[in-house]
Design a binder for this molecule. Sequence first.
Ligand SMILES: [Zn+2]
Length: 364
Amino acid sequence: MCHGHYLTAVPLTPLIGHTALRARLNEQVVRGTLAASILFTGPAGIGKQRLGLWLGQRLLCDSPTADGPCGACPQCKYAVDGVHPDLFWIFPRIKGKNEPSDPDVDQVREYYAEATAERLADGGIYPRPDGSAGIFLAVSKAVVQRAVLLPAMARRKVIVVGDAERMVSQAASAESANAFLKLLEEPPSDTTIILTSSEPGALLPTIRSRVVAMRVRALSEAEVREFLALPATEALRKDRSIPDLVRAMHGAPGSLGDADARAAAVQRATAMLDAVTRDHDRLYRVAYVQGSAKSRGPFADALDALSDLLHRRARDAADNGDARMAANCARAMVHVEQAKRDADRNAVPQLVTHALLAKLADTL
Ligand SMILES: [Zn+2]
């Protein structure tokens, strides 16, 4: 990936569907009744963040039409390219190895410019942020600081916070937490804040009570087909038929990345289990290959999938009256749990995997 070209990268994938909600939001903007702090809830992958960016674009647009943003003015162009300085999109991300623990506002913006370009690169389909990704304290701080500055080029500022339940525990800094809550409660008059969450129950009550929640619905099958007809989604259609994709998406195009990540995790887990039950001699090689995930997320997912496989195997063994196998699988699951703890402690995945496979080979 070429860092120098991020700012000329791919524009946002057009927003599909949510027609009724869009009309309602547009009307509220026209009447001046739109809440200053909003929460979009609904299933993962249906386009809540994209809708938030659409609403942001509508709020910044110089000459909105009856249906929404004009799509042609400079504000719209910058917004659609994902580079509008007054449309700040944040979401959980994994901290880079060399990042300072307390980056300043400009650094935070830079990180998100890169992360945004990555998200836009694949037709707007990106995997759900894994367990080690978060919206870190420095980011909430940067949002608060950004909110008090004047807009850079539009008349307003809009901040979209995706997967807002992943804002890192506020316990670490009561001061920052309070500053963010105060911002939600009473944003500056030129600022709109849009949170999204597919797990609103996981949001702090102090956050939930300060926002106006709106339900976003899954797309209809026709809308999913419309999404799949977009030029931006061409790569998706290369190896899979439209009916297959429509089925996999379940009204939530964004869930596809998730489904694929799950399938990959199960594949890795199956390879590990096959190695210990059939192929003892190749343990190290398998450990090397299966442990070579680029980040901890996919590796942790593979270990989760391995737990599931062992659980299922234990149940099948018990059903078949094979008490010894059931007990062995239960013991193996303990080893997997240990490997998960090691992985959480940042141990080298290949070593964790090798130690795990050796133990599993003894156990199973
Ligand atoms: Zn416009």
